[in-house]
Design a protein around this ligand. Structure first.
Ligand code: ADP
Ligand code: MG
Length: 471
């Protein structure tokens, strides 16, 4: 190995340890050293996309890793190499004359469907919007007042207005109106001509990114994304994959730093988005985080009325008597989708049979929509709070590294409950308990499992904690 190659492998080692294994393999694994001349180092990557990505995100990191090995280095030149490297040394060709510079890698042929391949711009048409999901049809009640007000504020903003809370992060369980609210923001925001509001599901975001990667238009994708005023992302919990997350993170940072508004919905709070990087999580938590609770009976009644009104626009003779509305609002407690489904059924039934809607018919038609209450979403914070209260210790004791018996047992119980009552993984639970290792959590879970089978007092205690949490 030449001295240069040796240095290069040490630089790679440094890079790997500063950016972490995942980032390293995503972006740097295919970076090669072309040569070192005095103050500058020439590196190459196989695609233009990698080049622009590394230049915009990691240029300084790469430089400082070189400087740690060779302080005299002051410049990194990054080029796109052709797949078949000529035997002749690259460095002898002056860069300006080198025909291989910036040419497309033959190792990564264009996709067969070039004609239909999305460009950065096409991928950004946004996800389809449902014309019914507007502010006009959104019913405000106790559980969503704050989320609604914040969404309204965002929708009413004008280009250049100071951004009050960024990102606006709305979370709630299924069917509680997240998508409705986000689409309402998008409709309202785009009805003036001045601002561009883009609504994307996390899947669309991923699809756009992956498609752009394939056609190497990621830069265009990124640019287009950054050219919008409000970015609305729905169902963030589905965002997966390290490189997509990295892209999401950079987009988020770029938009927020540029004073653009970001609105996000997910089925859980930022702290529970396990697969996301810590920095993204804290950025998400740094704006306004609003939870929408379950729909109260009054709100359900409001939603039903609004649905009936909407249906009557097309079916003027469709009427739902008050007692039926009351019955539905009282018994369909689950979510907004079932309310919508119930009205659709009544409509279908009354049309097909040409009969008026009655209580009796409603009871029959919606029987299967009436289900027992969904178990409550239990959060790790709640578990810590309830356990701390039960054992008269503080929540910070539970998270601390103290090992006295009066904290160790409650902490183990809390970890055990976190494992059995939530879907969180062991490493996630460890992280939420003061950054403990997943093996510590596993140990605690096993320990309590073993104890409850023998120790009735403890077993009753655990049951009582579960009941308190599920109330
Ligand atoms: P999520 O995205 O949270 O799963 P959706 O926004 O898709 O829920 O809502 C499910 C259904 O309930 C939709 O038909 C929606 O219009 C309706 N809905 C939920 N909350 C409200 C509300 N506050 N006002 C009117 N309709 C609502
Ligand atoms: Mg939704």
């Amino acid at each position: 190995m030449t001295l240069e190659q040796e240095r290069w492998s040490r630089v790679k080692g440094r890079l790997r340890s500063t950016v972490g294994e995942d980032v390293y393999t995503s972006w740097f694994a295919r970076m090669d050293l072309e040569g070192v001349h005095d103050e500058s180092v020439k590196l190459s990557v196989p695609t233009r996309f990698l080049k622009s990505w590394i230049q915009s995100h990691y240029a300084e990191r790469v430089l400082s890793c070189w400087q740690a090995e060779m302080p005299e280095v002051h410049r990194i030149d990054l080029t796109v190499r052709t797949a078949v490297r000529p035997v002749a040394a690259v460095k002898e060709v002056p860069p300006a004359l080198d025909p291989r510079r910036e040419t497309r890698s033959v190792a990564e042929p264009r996709p067969a469907l070039t004609m239909q391949a999305p460009t950065g711009h096409d991928t950004l048409n946004g996800s389809p919007l449902d014309p019914r999901l507007t502010f006009a049809s959104f019913v405000v009640g106790r559980s969503n007042t704050l989320a609604h007000a914040a969404a309204r504020q965002v929708a009413d903003g004008r280009r250049g207005d100071p951004v009050m809370f960024n990102p606006l992060y709305i979370h709630a369980g299924v069917g509680l109106g997240k998508t409705h609210l986000l689409q309402a923001v998008t409709w309202a925001g785009n009805s003036g001509t001045e601002r561009k509001v883009l609504y994307l599901t996390a899947e669309k975001f991923m699809y756009g990114f992956v498609a752009a990667l394939k056609t190497q238009t990621a830069l265009a994708f990124k640019e287009a994304l950054r050219g919008i005023d409000v970015l609305v992302i729905d169902d963030l919990q589905f965002l997966q994959g390290k490189s997509t997350q990295a892209e999401f993170c950079h987009t988020l940072n770029a938009l927020i730093d540029a004073g653009r508004q970001v609105v996000i919905a997910a089925d859980r709070p930022p702290s529970d988005l396990e697969s996301l990087d810590d920095r993204v999580r804290s950025r998400l938590a740094g704006g306004l985080v609003v939870e929408m609770g379950s729909l109260g009976e009054e709100l359900r009644l409001g939603i039903l009325r609004s649905r009936v009104a909407a249906a009557r626009a097309h079916h003027a003779r469709f009427e739902v008597p008050e007692d039926v509305l009351g019955y539905l609002a009282h018994s369909i407690t689950h979510n907004g989708r079932d309310l919508e489904g119930a009205i659709n059924r009544l409509l279908a039934h009354s049309k097909l049979n040409n009969q008026p809607v009655t209580l009796e018919m409603a009871e029959r038609e919606v029987r299967d929509l009436i289900r027992p209450q969904e178990p409550k979403r239990i959060k790790i914070e709640d578990i810590q709070r309830v356990v701390a209260r039960q054992y008269s210790v503080s929540r910070s004791d539970l998270l601390s590294s103290r090992r006295t018996a009066n904290v160790v047992r409650p902490r183990q119980v809390a970890m055990y409950l976190a494992k059995t009552l939530t879907l969180r993984s062991l490493p996630e639970i460890g992280r939420r308990f003061g950054g403990r290792d997943h093996t510590t959590v596993l140990h605690a879970v096993r320990k309590i499992e073993a104890l409850v089978s023998k120790d009735t007092a403890l077993s009753e205690e655990v049951e009582s904690l579960k009941r308190q949490l599920q109330e």
